[in-house]
Design a protein around this ligand. Structure first.
Ligand code: FES
Length: 237
């Protein structure tokens, strides 16, 4: 693979020409925060948290979908870039269910980590909030759309990796959310409960149903849910 020379934060590096700016920066030990990016699964440039300044370009660019090119000059951490990232995350948080203390993903939430990294202490933006839907009717997946940040990772994992495609963007504009078509319950969608959507979700929008709730489900409807018990031991005569 041919190399190209790029300048990141004033230092020159030779990097393979098939990398994105995000990958090139990470290769040389420079961290750029991301939210929607998931290598080989979701490379869509949706969240804009990874923006960088590129010499000659007026607008900031999403580094996760920006290929490197010879002579490129990039700044990953100047004031303009930091302000843009902070504003983006504050806007996401303004429309997010922030009941972090009771969220199962607290302390293991990428939105929480990025907010901390960007030094967000309060949200400057208030206004309408998208109405969230809470669906815990399926055997194993709890969907809470009030926590969804529309990164699209679950959509890609369900459709492109697993080849199932029951999750997709639903509605438009401010009402956009992610779920099964017509926002039916996960229980009524042809979900195979592989769990990949929960694995890739960066927040608490798709989580595993607590074990105790699974037991209650089974007790309430014993015909539908089967509790597997070990077979009785066979005694020798
Ligand atoms: Fe690059 Fe979301 S991580 S746009």
């Amino acid at each position: 693979m041919k190399n190209v020379t790029i300048t990141i934060n004033g230092n020159q590096y030779a990097v393979p020409s098939d990398l994105t700016v995000l990958e090139a920066a990470r290769t040389v030990g420079i961290d750029i925060p991301t939210l929607c990016f998931l290598k080989d699964i979701n490379e869509v440039g949706a969240c804009r948290v990874c923006v960088v300044e590129v010499e000659g370009a007026r607008a900031l660019q999403a580094s996760c979908v920006l290929p490197v090119r010879e002579g490129m000059v990039v700044k990953t951490n100047n004031q303009r870039v930091r302000n843009a990232r902070k504003t983006t995350v504050e806007l996401i948080l303004a429309n997010h269910n922030r009941e972090c203390t009771t969220c199962v993903r607290s302390k293991n939430c990428e939105l929480q980590s990025v907010s901390e990294e960007l030094g967000i202490r309060d949200i400057r933006y208030t206004g309408a909030k998208r109405e969230g839907k809470y669906d815990n009717f399926s055997h194993s997946i709890v969907r809470d759309s009030s926590k969804c940040i529309l990164c699209g990772r679950c959509v890609s994992a369900c459709k492109n990796v697993q080849g199932i495609g029951i999750l997709d963007f639903v509605n438009r504009g401010f009402e956009t959310t992610v779920g099964p078509a017509f926002e039916v319950s996960m229980k009524d969608a042809p979900c195979i409960y592989c769990g990949q959507c929960m694995v890739v979700c960066p927040v608490g929008a798709l989580t595993e149903k607590p074990a105790i709730d699974k037991v209650w489900d089974a007790l309430e409807d014993p015909k539908k849910h089967v509790i597997v018990q070990s077979a009785p031991a066979v005694r020798a005569a």
